[in-house]
Structure formats: C-alpha cells, structure tokens
Design a protein around this ligand. Structure first.
Ligand SMILES: [Mg+2]
Length: 169
C-alpha cells in the first residue's frame, strides 16, 4: 500500500493530483449524449468512467507521479487502477471531514500536508474555486490548476496542457 502520509520526490517528476468525480467518473451529461465509457458499480452506486480519461491518464504517468485527490480516498485504488490500465495502486490523500472554516476548500490542507509548498504539482479537478486559485498563486513551487467540466472530464486538451507544463519545468 503506498504511504498516504507524504510525498516522496525521488522520481524527479512533478505531482499530478487527480480528482475522480468530474474528471474520470462523469456526471451532469445529457441523457441524449452519454459519453463513451464504462459503468462501474462502486458501493452500490453506478459511475460512468470515461473512456477518454482512461486513454489519457496512464500516459500522463510518464510525466507525473499520480496521486488520488478525491473523496473516494483509498477506494479509488479498489476500482480504478486496473480499469484505467495503471501499473498499480496510487498514493491517495485523506481528508479531514470537518476542516472548519480555516480552509475554504476541503482538499487544500491535505494537499499541503502531502506535497508541502515547494514540490511542483498540477491538480486536475472539476470543482476548483477562488480559494484554490489564491492557494496556487501563494505556493512556492510551480503549481498548475486544471479545471474540468464534469460532463466531459479529462480530455486531450487537458493532457496536452499538463504535458507542456511538465516539460517546461
Ligand atoms: Mg470532483
């Protein structure tokens, strides 16, 4: 089991924090235009997992150390690496369920605890907000926020942007 407590930068690659709902598991799409993908049962709930995300995410692992940054937490490893064709489980962030008002976005404290302030990181998520943008601007290390549309998820343009950013570091 990968250690969820800290980020080990031995690979020299930047981190890619990967949200699941709205990035890999799609929602809010029109019933007339269901995206290509596969329906996975996760604890009795059906999730449409995007074929396009499955096409791009494993290739991004050549440029990034991937980390789950999702409310799925460790459950992401039970379902997704095999389906996505990743070589194995990924480290995952664990979130404080009651972070209080100190942090406006519920994922930021866990990201700081895992990655620190210096390690280059990109974060792909469908629900980034002003607090995330202010946090990214204040980080010491290079930081890229990539916002997805939850009905479309991770696509080719996002993957291109991420690769170009990683290469430019
Ligand atoms: Mg999400």
């Amino acid at each position: 089991m990968p250690d969820p407590a800290s980020s080990d930068p031995v690979s020299g690659k930047p981190l890619l924090l990967v949200d699941v709902d709205g990035v890999i598991s799609l929602f809010a799409f029109s019933p007339d235009a269901v995206p290509e993908g596969e329906w996975l049962h996760v604890d009795g709930i059906l999730h449409l997992c995007s074929a396009r995300a499955a096409q791009h995410l494993p290739r991004l692992a050549e440029h990034f150390d991937l980390v789950w940054c999702t409310g799925w937490e460790e459950k992401a490893n039970d379902y997704l690496p095999q389906w996505l064709g990743l070589p194995g489980e990924l480290p995952y962030l664990q979130f404080e369920r009651n972070p209080g008002k100190a942090r406006a976005h519920w994922k930021l404290q866990a990201i700081d605890d895992f990655a620190g302030h210096q390690r280059p990181l990109a974060w792909i998520d469908d629900s980034l907000d002003e607090a995330c943008r202010a946090w990214a601007a204040a980080r010491t290390g290079p930081t890229l926020l990539v916002q997805t549309d939850p009905s479309v998820g991770l696509g080719g343009a996002h993957a291109d942007e991420l690769r170009a950013w990683a290469r430019a570091l």
